[in-house]
Write a protein that binds this ligand. Sequence first.
Ligand code: SF4
Ligand SMILES: [Zn+2]
Ligand SMILES: [Zn+2]
Length: 368
Amino acid sequence: MPKPCANCNSRNAALKRPKNGALICRECFFDLFETEIHETIINNNLFKPGDKVAIAASGGKDSTALAHIMKVLNERYNYGLDLYLLSIDEGIKGYRDDSLETVKRNREQYQVPLKILSYKELYGWSMDEIVQQIGLKNNCTFCGVFRRQALDRGCEQLKVDKMVTGHNADDIAETVLMNILRGDIGRLERCVDIITHDEGGFSIPRAKPFKYTYQKEIVLYAYFKKLDYFSTECSYSPNAYRGHARELIKDLEQLRPQTIIDIVKSAEQFEFTNETISEDSTVKKRTLMNCVKCGYISSQELCRACVFLEGLNKGTARITLYSSHGQARAGREAMAKEIEQQSSSSSQTDAASTPQDKKPSQDKSLEW
Ligand code: SF4
Ligand SMILES: [Zn+2]
Ligand SMILES: [Zn+2]
């Protein structure tokens, strides 16, 4: 016999909520799910009326659900936000080209303008070409560094005040665990912030409305709402280290669903001081500056994207990867000095230029 919904007690329960096991009806699930995200937005002052907000959209379920819910909540609660979709085309045939088609459909479904920026256009290299040079090991490190900067450049071109990403509670719990396992205190400190931004640079604040939302609930929501999303994995192997952290958290979630939110809440309580990092630690908290080559916010004279690009252009990207991890610091500093001298002898320095030799046309990929 069907059980009544534990929330409204009038309709039949249709699902078991992944985060707490409550048996509820579909309508109550939609209502609770959307209200909880609205409360996260309000309690953390994620936006102010009139903000222009870019939704980082990959076509996957998290970002598609985010685009849908931002649109719904913005209208229901009169946030007064001006929404945009922002997508990055890494240049991965059979994966990103197909998922971008989904984002283009989302643009029509939600009536939200879309901007697409490609690695090829920004850096002169697609991920397919990068993988041809560096192979399938560490490709995600290149991709992650390039994507972070590409999203910032997209936000800059859209002139938005904020960007929202689909990072959910599971992603954050994984990242907390990974940073603990790697002893990366700097990232551990930042990874649970609901809004992250780099002071002093032009990096756009990034907000995570799904910070307390379980992955499984996003999947259920997207499924019951029949959202149009792309579910194929990237053809280049996903980050193996994160995969292990993910498996561990999934196993723990099976035993105790509360584990995910408890990891996030515990990490929120961590306190960091300069003494947290020992004198001889290779892990240091970041002092931020602007990259001497492209002007992007960086913790070194040269940002990682410029170091990686230098390696790709010289055909030494594999070596560069290890250098960027701190093993050839002297070489990196010498490279930065050389560029600094070149730019000071030049009469014009464009602090916001992209890390490739020629700055691309600003409006080339505007798609609306
Ligand atoms: S799996 Fe790796 S290569 Fe593929 S899109 Fe993600 S970061 Fe890029
Ligand atoms: Zn109900
Ligand atoms: Zn740079």
